[in-house]
Design a protein around this ligand. Structure first.
Ligand SMILES: [Zn+2]
Ligand SMILES: [Zn+2]
Length: 255
């Protein structure tokens, strides 16, 4: 399993950090984890095979995680690279995505669901939910304290390698249980300290979750601009001795 960081940032425009998106690839297929407005072009920038993308996961409806989905569908509808595609594009999401996409679609004659290939949308309205975006990848969800619909994802491939993506979350010991023993734990770490809201994490909380979850590797992401001035990996190491990596756009990890 391989992960490419497309966007390690937040909703705040930043010169080096696009908003949230990750490309997860196994021998069985590819899964886009969140689709910020930056994601469609970031996939092309990283030379990823976006015309053959198998599936998309949308963790919650905040626009720094879902705002690129309508543009991606619009782009795939007209791109020369997708005209001969017949393989379905499967979307899996939190509750409410269909309503949002339909509202955009109905606001003009975009025809987002009329593609050269079938488009399927499955909302995980119950949590926990389980699904298989493509053969060989099993996914499970966990409801996070961020928004009513927000979900973390645990993905396990046919070799039993596991990646957990928290997306946005407040502090939760149950999240650590959900993420336990992951080979890679992609965890949000929005703020350094004195977080302004309860629905995100600051460093000490992220490291407490890491301590409980004991992942093989920890990737901290969703970094607000205040991190620009701080050595995240060094400060993280002082709180948890495991391997912590600060996410940056373009980073590629083998899981
Ligand atoms: Zn966010
Ligand atoms: Zn959010």
């Amino acid at each position: 399993m391989r992960l490419v960081v497309l966007g390690s940032g937040t909703s705040v425009p930043h010169p080096q950090r696009a908003s949230a998106a990750f490309w997860l690839e196994t021998d069985g297929g590819s899964l886009l984890l969140d689709c910020s407005a930056d994601a469609p072009h970031r996939m092309a920038q990283e030379n990823l095979d976006w015309p053959n993308l198998d599936a998309i996961w949308i963790s919650h409806l905040h626009l720094d995680h879902s705002g690129g989905l309508a543009s991606l569908l619009f782009g795939m509808k007209w791109a020369s690279q997708t005209q001969s595609r017949r393989k379905p594009l499967k979307m899996f999401s939190c509750a409410g995505l269909e309503r949002v996409l339909k509202a955009i679609d109905d606001s003009n004659d975009y025809g987002l669901f009329k593609q050269p290939f079938p488009v399927e949308l499955h909302e995980c309205s119950d949590s926990p939910s389980e699904f298989e975006p493509f053969e060989g990848l099993r996914c499970a969800t966990f409801s996070t304290p961020h928004t009513r619909e927000s979900l973390a994802l645990r993905a396990t491939d046919s070799e039993q390698k596991t990646m957990v993506y928290s997306s946005d979350t407040g502090f939760s010991e149950e999240l650590a249980t959900f993420a336990r023993d992951a080979d890679l734990f992609v965890l949000e770490c929005s703020f350094y300290e004195a977080k302004p809201v309860q629905t995100h994490l600051e460093l000490a909380e992220a490291m407490r979750i890491a301590q409980l979850a004991e992942p093989r590797k920890l990737l901290l992401t969703h970094l607000y601009p205040e991190w620009d001035e701080i050595d995240l990996e060094a400060t993280a190491r002082a709180l948890w001795p495991g391997e912590t990596i600060a996410a940056r756009d373009g980073l590629r990890l083998e899981i």
